[in-house]
Design a protein around this ligand. Structure first.
Ligand code: A2H
Length: 253
């Protein structure tokens, strides 16, 4: 943990009704998987949400209408940031695990895919962000490899009850052009470095080092309202827009 607080944007990924049995008592409310991201400008390329199967989550009451699914730890942080029905005291309406979330259909702001699904990822940390991660796998190597693993390993899919149609239609959505890496940077770097799975941690760290900073400092948007603008400029603009539209909130920890 650094000394500086990390400034995340929480993206409200809405769970599409009808709700499964475990969530049924929340019927009539707006229920969101609350995904923490440092890169709100990449949200056009969302292909799915990631949850930790054995992770503990809760459905927390944020206000009259909204319920957020996230870790208890994040709910407490949010409650101190004025996002809680009862100030500084998160109210958990339903206790959940990642298994309860796998397969939920979601509508996520800016996403070019109309409906995306919550899928299992084993490398999610429960002491960072909200424990829910939105996947822009074209631009982030660990996510690219996690989806690659799900797609190429039927045994992994069946272990977690992941249906083929939650995973199979998804193609990389080019959203950012990075000089020397092109518009599918994660794929290119994983191929160049011969990264075979999400367990190739050292190579993945190297891949990150190669692309993240460059993507942010030299990348150009290829989609959306700020098409053609530098990623660095688009980030703040899109974050403000998402927040004004009620599709996101700030979150720091
Ligand atoms: B970022 P940092 Cl396109 N466990 O969002 C694992 N990873 C988590 C997490 C958790 N509990 N909470 C958040 N994250 C991810 C988008 C993105 C992100 C892109 C490119 C780079 C990138 C799409 N997912 O992060 O260690 C989230 O993924 C590169 C830094 O706190 C979040 O931003 O710096 C990032 O990790 C936070 O990682």
């Amino acid at each position: 943990e650094g000394v500086q607080p990390q400034e995340y944007t929480i993206i409200k990924m809405e769970v599409v009704a009808p709700f499964p049995a475990k969530l049924r008592i929340l019927e009539g409310r707006k229920v969101f998987l609350a995904a923490a991201t440092l890169r709100p400008e990449t949200m056009y390329g969302q292909t799915n949400a990631w949850v930790l199967p054995d992770g503990k989550y809760g459905a927390f009451e944020i206000n009259d209408t909204d319920v957020f699914v996230l870790t208890q730890r994040a709910a407490l942080n949010l409650a101190y940031q004025e996002y809680s029905r009862v100030p500084e005291k998160p109210t958990c309406l339903v206790e959940l695990t990642g298994y309860d979330l796998i397969g939920l259909p979601l509508k996520s702001p800016l996403a070019l895919n109309q409906i995306i699904y919550a899928l299992p990822m084993l490398t999610i940390l429960t002491d960072k962000g909200t424990g829910i991660v939105t996947s822009v796998f074209g631009d982030k190597m660990p996510l690219f490899m996690a989806l690659h693993d799900l797609k190429s390993k039927p045994a992994f899919r069946s272990k977690y009850g992941v249906r083929d149609e939650w995973v199979m239609p998804f193609e990389i959505i080019p959203i950012i052009d990075i000089p020397e890496f092109g518009d599918k940077a994660a794929e290119k770097v994983c191929v160049d470095l011969k990264i075979k799975s999400q367990n190739d941690r050292e190579k993945l760290a190297e891949a990150k080092r190669l692309t993240y900073l460059k993507g942010f400092t030299e990348g150009t948007m290829l989609v959306g309202e700020f098409n053609g603008r530098k990623v660095q400029e688009a980030k703040a603009l899109l974050r403000s827009k998402l927040i004004e539209a009620g599709d996101a909130i700030m979150y720091s920890e």
